[in-house]
Ligand binder design. Structure first.
Ligand code: ARG
Ligand code: MN
Ligand code: MN
Ligand code: MN
Length: 314
């Protein structure tokens, strides 16, 4: 595997400080060394430079649309370049509004994508349904072709061209949706495995069905957008919008093992790690270490262990 890593130290898609520290913390926990240790070639493209936009007053309910829009233009360019260099893109956030740029950049280099969205939240509010105005709760609404007619022109965001179809999306881990989001999921018939389905089916069946659904219309490159708050806050508490009743560590890792086995992973987002939301160093460490393990699982780390191909017992 060759991994092209990019950091996106950005927090303006939501109101809480600290999530911009995600990329350097995850690197600091040894991500690059560990990926290399499991046989990946890694190029670290560094962190994207984000400019502040001076006058960015809310537009309707939407907060900081120009700042978030510009950041995502920068990120889209970075991810597109990584894909054109032939790497699997790994974007370390930052908040989940960054999925806009990551998915657009990815889509610019591949003709069709499947998106697997692992999250407690659906992040599909439109500028008109959002209860908070925070764009990290909205990214998918701008990206889905079938929703385009419901998206008003918002300064800073109107350049976004939707690039994914509703039936190329699978959600896993949902447990906190706003009414507008639930309506959109049902009316577009988006495949969604909430925690109820994880409980009913078990994670193995959920992943089997996820793959079946994705492959039923041909094998497309996979964009895995992984919000750390999908996992239960007892394991990953250092995040901005924790929700009780989440994926276990094992379920969270199992998802990555199956995605790796498809051989189709083409881009990964690891977002919403916020050290300032951890109450103790242990809470921060558990969150960051789990984020690292999610990435490692995506690139072939197996819990059964492994050995080099030419290995023999001395
Ligand atoms: N649904 C809420 C909102 O739209 C929460 C979104 C949380 N999103 C996230 N990426 N953590 O504001
Ligand atoms: Mn979330
Ligand atoms: Mn999210
Ligand atoms: Mn492999």
């Amino acid at each position: 595997h060759s991994v092209g890593l990019v950091g996106a130290p950005f927090s303006k898609g939501q109101p809480r400080d600290g999530v911009e520290k995600g990329p350097d913390l995850i690197r600091g926990a040894g991500l690059v060394e560990k990926l290399r240790g499991q046989g990946c070639a890694v190029k670290d493209y560094g962190n994207v430079d984000f400019d502040d936009v001076s006058d960015d007053s809310p537009v309707g309910k939407v907060r900081r649309p120009r700042t978030v829009g510009l950041a995502n233009q920068r990120l889209a360019d970075a991810v597109k370049a990584i894909k054109e260099d032939g790497y699997v893109s790994v974007m370390l956030g930052g908040d989940h509004s960054l999925a806009i740029g990551s998915i657009l950049g990815h889509a610019a280099s591949q003709k069709g994508l499947s998106v697997v969205w692992v999250d407690a939240h659906a992040d599909i509010n439109t500028p008109l349904t959002t209860p908070t105005g925070n764009i990290h709760g909205q990214p998918l609404s701008y990206l889905i072709k079938e929703l385009h007619c419901k998206i008003p022109a918002v300064p800073g965001l109107s350049w976004i061209k939707p690039c994914v179809s509703a039936d190329d999306i699978v959600y896993i881990g949902l447990r906190d949706l706003d009414p507008g989001e639930h309506y959109i999921l049902k009316s577009l018939g988006i495949k969604a495995y909430s925690m109820t389905e994880v409980d009913r089916l078990g994670i193995a069946k959920v992943m089997e069905e996820t793959c079946e659904h994705m492959f039923s219309r041909g094998k497309k490159p996979i964009h895995l957008s992984y919000d750390i708050d999908a996992i239960d806050p007892t394991v990953t508490p250092a995040t901005g919008t924790p929700v009780v009743g989440g994926l276990t560590y094992r379920e969270g890792i199992y998802i990555t093992e199956v995605i790796h086995q498809t051989g189709l992973l083409s881009a990964l987002d690891m977002v919403e790690v916020n050290p300032k939301r951890g109450k103790t160093d242990d809470e921060i460490k558990s969150t960051v270490d789990t984020a690292v393990d999610v990435v490692l699982g995506c690139f072939g780390r197996t819990r059964e262990g492994s050995h080099p191909p030419n290995y023999s017992v001395p």
